[in-house]
Design a protein around this ligand. Sequence first.
Ligand code: FAD
Length: 411
Amino acid sequence: MAKSYDVVIIGAGAGGLATAASLLRRNRDLSVCVVDPAEMHYYQPGWTLVGAGVFSQQATVRRTESLIPRGVEWIKQAATGFAPDANRVTLADGSEISYQILVVAAGLKLDWAAIKGLEAALGHGGVTSNYSYQTAPYTWKLVQEMRQGRALFTQPAMPIKCAGAPQKALYLSCDAWARAGVLRNIEVEFMLNTPALFGVAYYVPSLMQYIERYGVKLNFLTNLTEIDGAARKAVFVQKTADGTETTIERNYDFIHVCPPQSAPDVVKQSSLANAAGWLEVDEATLQHKRYANVFGVGDVAGTSNAKTAAAVRKQAPVAAENILGQLAGGGPRFAYDGYGSCPLTVERGKIVLAEFGYGGKILPTFPVDGRVPRRLAWWLKTLVMPELYWNWMLKGREPLARPHIPVAAKS
Ligand code: FAD
């Protein structure tokens, strides 16, 4: 017979662990299990800083085992199927578990294979990415070694996690080259699939100042399709305003790739998905639109917020409250406002701190203008945020994240 839990959580990443901890802080008697095969848990926001030589690679990883909240059972397997009509999850070994409430927090899929030649080329010959624990240190190695030539940075179609991360790599690399006195010898291009530098127009003028300062050529509506590692050549499809597509090629000495991203296959292929493959949840309550006992937290959710750990910090307490409301028979209690944050590291020591909610509404935590590059925000990112992540968010401590918007007020 399938073992049964009050709450089954898929994923022991930022969203899964924060939700488990927030739930148990509210009710220690719940039986909760977290399903995830990963031995290691990564603090992914730190990878931008690994790629800039500010953090060590080791500072961004801990054993999953050490982070599972006390009282939570860890099932070290992947979920391979969902049967929400029967309240069951299938695991990789073929067994099943059942639940009263299911939380899907399985993150997203980095689709390296979608770019022809990328998997073979990544990690050597000048091809790098801060989107991988393995290759983030290689970014910094390449940046230090580069003295001249052409550097390319790519950004795929949205949504991606931390939409600012591709340009963070760009700014910090250019800053390092400027400090080393070699930026003038390097031709830098940013190839973006998007029609704008950043999704929230409010922050774009501040970012454009840095694009100009570093002499970066922007190529909008330009999508990486292939890398020929041996020839050090990248192929792109570029769209013009009238929709015409042209193939363009660039030789490179350095290329930082942000891979295309999508919902995990197990979600995409299940009846829990929306048309685009993401978990079909209500933007405010994080409750599934068709299965009232299913909730979604983090990158997997089909919500329009910025996919960030900062969003998870606000979502997890809301999900915990709404799960308890659902278990008690009253339904969701609180709404999530779409808060997400993107600390844009425009130079070493300074950050443009983008904080916004649904519809691009600016939601600053502190009463200062986030568009102004600040040293204070750099200290927040490098010192406060990791502490907040490991010791507060993953432990269910909720400073500045207490649910405060009653559901009724939202509708
Ligand atoms: P994850 O933390 O990725 O966890 C998903 C978990 O699900 C993983 O442990 C995985 O093993 C597990 N899983 C997957 N499939 C299954 C399955 N079938 N069964 C069981 N388990 C499964 N955020 C910020 O707030 N600020 C930043 O500055 C920032 N910068 C970033 C820079 C980079 C380079 C990157 C890559 C990310 C950045 N982020 C940033 C984004 C942030 O890291 C993510 O949004 C956050 O980790 C999302 O949490 P999650 O729980 O949804 O997914």
